[in-house]
Design a protein around this ligand. Structure first.
Ligand code: HEM
Length: 211
């Protein structure tokens, strides 16, 4: 077959294969399948390098600081926070049962309506300890007023508090939210505050927490 014959035949062959939709599809798909494979291989390499680096970093951190993340601790370094769980809605009565009087139940407290499991802080919140008043309640007011001695401050009623006191509550809320050991379990349904009810009077022996 000479050159001129070849030139005449090629377009015919191409036209035939383009006319067959199956061949055309396979041809069109081939380059993208290859690039998909390349992308997958690339991700596998990146994932392997990342996992190796992370493993090395954890080992080095344990050797040097005896902690997994170079001394850093927050809720993100607590594996319990990675367990997907449905947020529970507690009633105030249910929450009250978790004040440590039943050692078989987890120790819970609430702040601004969010409920935290503080069982690992039994020494702080368990019966007979300094901060037991917070256990089993939403005592946002006491967190804001630094009042550890009065029952009427063990309430979610924050009416009449100053900007500074409200900021104090927010600060404690962040504290519990970012705590490495404590886990947020859900929320508590708080009873509405009667606007006609008297505002708890200020606490004379409030003791700000030392810095
Ligand atoms: C004379 C005043 C106070 C002193 C000397 C004091 C001292 C302490 C100490 C030494 C700790 C343990 C160490 C720590 O985790 O930082 C602690 C924990 C704590 N304090 Fe105080 N405190 C005082 C007032 C207060 C007040 C007014 C509040 C409430 C608003 C408060 C709430 C807490 C809480 C909730 C914890 C436990 C933190 C946790 O669960 O990790 N403290 N306090």
């Amino acid at each position: 077959m000479n050159d001129s014959e070849l030139k005449q035949r090629r377009p015919q062959a191409d036209a035939a294969s383009n006319a067959d939709p199956e061949i055309a599809t396979t041809r069109a798909a081939r380059p993208s399948a290859r690039s998909n494979n390349n992308r997958l291989a690339w991700w596998a390499i990146v994932a392997r390098i990342t996992i190796t680096m992370l493993g090395l970093s954890i080992c080095m951190s344990y050797l040097i600081t005896e902690t997994a993340f170079w001394g850093h601790s927050s809720k993100w370094t607590n594996w319990r926070n990675y367990i997907p769980r449905q947020k529970r809605v507690f009633t105030q009565l249910e929450l009250a049962k978790h004040d440590g009087s039943n050692p078989g139940l987890p120790l819970l407290l609430a702040i601004e309506g969010d409920v935290y499991d503080v069982s690992s802080g039994w020494g702080f919140y368990g019966p007979g300890s300094s901060y037991h008043l917070f256990a089993g309640h939403d005592a946002s007011r006491a967190f804001g007023t630094n009042c550890l001695s009065r029952k009427d401050h063990v309430t979610h009623d924050t009416r009449g508090l100053s900007e500074k006191e409200l900021a104090g509550i927010k600060g404690w809320h962040r504290y519990f939210d970012n705590h490495q050991q404590y886990v947020k379990l859900g929320v508590v349904q708080l009873s509405p505050i009667d606007p006609a009810a008297p505002i708890p009077p200020p606490c004379e022996d409030a003791k700000p927490r030392p810095k």
